[in-house]
Design a protein around this ligand. Structure first.
Ligand code: ADP
Length: 697
């Protein structure tokens, strides 16, 4: 079954887009976080690098200042050029960055020089005099400024094919304010970086000196190769020249997540994504379940709405918690008016409300009612009453707790009406069957009454003759013989008249007794009531009647008239069967052999049986299989004057009493028809069986 839920589908698509939006937002947020963390990390590295660079510049500047002081100290004392060489060489030994130290006079002529002991002469390739311009320029400005001045850097090719950038520092030597000479120190720029920067460079950091235009002059330390690098620039401005100190770091950049913070953010993001994914999956499953549930609910709703049976649920306090449309339609009250309604319910007839209320209280007190259902009477909104059949079951919730009652209610008014109609038609049928029988009785009566009437008539004629003779004087009217004869004749007349009266009365009784009341009656009494009629017919058909009655049988509870008719019917059928077997030329039984036995005994062998068996045994033609197939079908008959209603009526009557009517063949010839009736129990029980009290609310 496929049910469409446009609203559900709409929700699902809206929820889907919300999820997408959420996912996009989370991804964007996480991206931003990772980017910010990366940036933060970069800025940290950058600022650290800036600090290092600034520190390096400070180191170099103070190193240079210290050197300056050492050179000044060298010239503080008056000494000869030869004597100067020893401390100068000592100074160079201590300061690797200084390649050469010169002492010049005020015209810049060389008085003496020492070279660093750590390498070959740097001026080997290039004559020192060819570089005079740089030195003289520096010294001129030094003299002007009365302080040290550094020359622009220049390249010194070396013997090994390489070279180095150097810069000369010219310090004017003064004596009482007069320049007496110059001290010139040649610095290796590379040496400045390697010797003066106090903090050793960590791996992956390169320190270089460049000119303002970016031309690199010296490099110390080699940065590792990497895709990204950080650069910090600091100015090292010395008198006469300005260098740019460039610190380059490639540390921390190669990893995707440069530090713990970024890694943490990334891990959290991944966890968040995973949770989102799981949530999404859970949501999808929920949606699926929701869909299934919706379908099941719609299916249940459709089923409830199409039901013809009324459904009603009540809680433990008797309040209505649910009614289906069929129930509302049945009682003609809206669901809103019924829900949460306590007792008395709007559909209880006021005259029965008290009984229903008591029943309800019994139920609430925990007395469970029968499950097979009970009949009751409800009232529609317009006040009309109608019978209902209620089936009640306890409502048990998912955790096994009893929460109330569920009732299925059937409107049985139509059923009752049909039953009424069928009962009426059955009554009519029985009446017509009765009439048919009465017709038959009438012919019997006329035959039977002929005898007593003829006897009466002959006795009357005889009496008249006697009286005529007496009046003629043959005999005195008061002669004893005459009066005896007359008395005898009159007695016979009275006897015959009484017999005729009895015959008429028994037929009259049979026809008159029509009311259908169950009463307690002995089996014998039932038999006695029909015997006159049975005997009448037996005499006509030449049949002998034999009775086998167990006098200890207890009384039965039955509709007396109907059961008498059943007995009469069966007896008549049996006698007719024996009679017809005579007429059809079959070996006729001797008159004495045609016996119809009427037997009454307890149904089971034990004496305490609750059923009494009545049997009518004939020695007739028996029942062929052809006849047997339709035996109980109404209007089936093999007799010319028959109506075919007898047996079907008999069976209905017996079944209405809860008994059973059947037949079997008897050897060597004949059939036995038997039926059972219930033994009458205590009077009160019998009453209860007959009266039905309305069940419940
Ligand atoms: P009816 O007596 O008016 O024919 P019943 O319903 O009493 O209607 O009987 C139906 C038929 O069953 C009879 O016509 C007869 O053929 C057969 N039948 C009934 N009782 C006996 C019996 N004791 N022996 C043989 N046939 C019988």
């Amino acid at each position: 079954m496929v049910l469409k839920f446009p609203r559900l589908a709409g929700w699902a698509s809206r929820r889907g887009s919300l999820w997408l939006l959420l996912l996009a937002l989370v991804v964007a947020l996480l991206g931003l976080l990772v980017w910010l963390a990366g940036r933060y990390e970069s800025s940290m590295v950058q600022s650290r690098l800036e600090d290092h660079a600034a520190l390096a510049v400070t180191d170099m500047r103070s190193g240079l200042n210290r050197n300056l002081q050492a050179i000044q100290a060298l010239h503080a004392r008056e000494r000869s050029a030869e004597a100067w060489q020893v401390p100068a060489a000592q100074l160079l030994h201590e300061h690797r960055e200084i390649l050469r130290l010169e002492w010049r006079n005020e015209t810049l002529d060389m008085l003496g020089f020492v070279e660093t002991p750590f390498r070959k002469s740097v001026f080997e390739q290039l004559d020192r005099t060819s570089l005079q311009t740089d030195v003289s320029l520096a010294c001129t400005s030094a003299r002007r400024m009365s302080g040290p001045v550094y020359s622009t850097s220049y390249f010194l090719p070396q013997a090994d094919g390489l070279g180095m950038e150097v810069s000369d520092m010219c310090l004017p030597l003064t004596d009482a304010g007069r320049v007496t000479g110059y001290a010139v120190a040649t610095y290796s720029l590379q040496g400045l970086l390697s010797e003066l920067v106090s903090k050793p460079l960590s791996q992956g950091i390169g320190l270089s000196l460049t000119e303002a235009d970016g031309t690199r002059l010296a490099l110390y330390g080699v940065p590792a190769r990497a895709s990204r690098s950080f650069v910090a620039r600091q100015l090292l401005d010395l008198p006469g020249i300005t260098f740019v100190v460039r610190m380059e770091s490639r540390l921390g950049t190669p990893a995707l997540f440069p530090n713990i913070l970024t890694a943490l953010v990334a891990a959290l993001s991944l966890a968040l994504m995973a949770v989102l994914f799981l949530l999404g999956r859970d949501m999808r499953r929920r949606l699926q379940v929701e869909n299934d549930l919706g379908e099941a609910l719609a299916f249940r709703k459709a089923m409830e709405n199409s039901l013809l049976t009324g459904l009603r649920a009540r809680d433990l306090h008797g309040r209505i918690t649910y009614v289906n449309p069929a129930f509302c339609k049945m009682v003609g009250v809206d669901a809103q008016e019924l829900l949460n309604q306590s007792m008395p319910s709007p559909y209880w007839p006021p005259e029965l409300a008290g009984v229903y209320q008591r029943r309800q209280e019994m139920r609430l007190a925990g007395n469970h009612l029968p499950r097979e259902g009970h009949e009751s009477v409800f009232m529609r909104k317009d006040g009309t009453r109608f019978p209902v059949l209620i089936m009640e079951a306890p409502l048990i919730n998912a955790v096994g707790k009893h929460t109330g009652w569920m009732s299925a209610i059937l409107d049985v008014s139509e059923q009752r009406r049909t039953e009424e109609v069928s009962r009426a038609s059955q009554d009519r049928l029985q009446a017509s069957a009765r009439l048919a029988m009465v017709g038959e009785m009438a012919s019997l009566l006329s035959h039977e009454l002929n005898q007593p009437l003829a006897a009466i008539s002959s006795y009357a004629t005889g009496s008249l003759n006697l009286l005529a003779h007496a009046s003629a004087g043959d005999q005195p009217p008061d002669a004893p013989a005459l009066s005896d004869d007359l008395r005898l004749a009159m007695g016979r007349i009275a006897e015959q008249a009484e017999r005729a009266g009895k015959v008429i009365k028994s037929v009259h009784d049979f026809v008159r007794r029509s009311e259908r009341v169950r009463e307690v009656v002995t089996p014998r009494a039932l038999l006695d009531a029909i015997m006159p009629l049975v005997i009448l017919q037996a005499r006509k058909l030449g049949v002998r009647i034999s009775l086998e009655v167990d006098e200890t049988c207890p009384p039965v509870l039955c509709d007396r008239t109907m059961v008498e008719q059943v007995l009469l019917n069966l007896a008549r059928n049996g006698m007719q069967a024996m009679h017809s077997s005579d007429e059809t030329g079959q070996p006729a039984l001797a008159l004495s052999g045609k016996v119809l036995t009427l037997r009454i005994r307890p149904a089971a062998s034990n004496a305490h049986s609750q059923w009494i068996e009545f049997a009518v045994i004939d020695q007739g033609e028996g029942i062929s299989s052809e006849v047997a197939r339709q035996l109980f079908t109404p209007f089936f008959t093999t007799k010319q004057e028959g109506m075919g209603l007898g047996l079907s009526l008999c069976r209905t009557v017996i079944e209405q009493h809860g008994g059973f009517l059947g037949y079997e063949s008897v050897q060597p010839q004949g059939t036995i028809f038997s039926f059972t009736l219930p033994v009458a129990v205590a009077k009160s029980a019998a009453g209860a069986a007959m009266h039905h009290t309305p069940g419940e609310s």
